[in-house]
Design a protein around this ligand. Structure first.
Ligand SMILES: CC(C)(COP(=O)(O)OP(=O)(O)OC[C@H]1O[C@@H](n2cnc3c(N)ncnc32)[C@H](O)[C@@H]1OP(=O)(O)O)[C@@H](O)C(=O)NCCC(=O)NCCS
Length: 145
């Protein structure tokens, strides 16, 4: 059966959450798959992609464009189906979709300890840039002055 890459639909939720929990068992407590999915569905949901073979969900990639840069998160392929080109197909589709929106550059973050992902992205043409990654968790809007 051939691989299909399509946008996420609601009935994918369970399979996506299982895939992510398996791939990232040490995720911080604030990365709750169901909540991350819910938020993404309200912003550019068409860029949230899944890789399907028949009815089996084999991978995901969550893209987005903020008007300056594109970003991609949750690039994950199920362990049994890695090294078959699925991750590459997902990334190529994200790149194409972002390019169609006029996005000039795609950024992504990888944990420093994730050497396999770094190798994967390098094979796809990504370069390591000397940057310090900074972030701040935001209060929900109703708590802000
Ligand atoms: C990273 C990941 C998505 C790669 O998916 P994949 O489907 O196995 O990758 P592909 O088969 O499409 O590989 C694409 C290229 O990367 C290379 N590659 C993939 N995994 C690699 C690895 N672990 N080490 C070295 N090279 C690798 C492949 O050899 C292939 O090169 P080629 O095009 O020259 O043949 C997958 O390993 C994964 O889900 N990892 C766990 C989740 C994760 O860490 N995601 C990244 C979060 S930032």
């Amino acid at each position: 059966m051939s691989l299909e890459i399509r946008s996420y639909i609601e009935s994918d939720e369970k399979a996506v959450a299982v895939l992510w929990r398996r791939a990232f068992p040490d995720s911080p407590p604030w990365n709750v798959p169901e909540e991350d999915i819910r938020r993404k569905l309200s912003v550019q949901r068409e860029l949230f992609l899944v890789a399907m073979r028949g009815s089996e969900l084999l991978g995901t990639a969550m893209g987005g464009y903020d008007g300056h840069r594109g970003w991609v998160y949750y690039v994950v392929v199920s362990p049994e189906h890695r090294r078959q080109g699925i991750g590459k197909a997902l990334m190529r589709r994200v790149e194409k979709s972002l390019a169609e929106l006029g996005c000039p550059k795609l950024n992504l973050q990888v944990r420093a300890s994730n050497a396999q992902a770094v190798s994967f992205y390098k094979r796809l043409g990504y370069e390591v840039e000397e940057r310090i990654s900074m972030s701040k968790r935001l209060e929900s809007a109703e708590h802000l002055p």
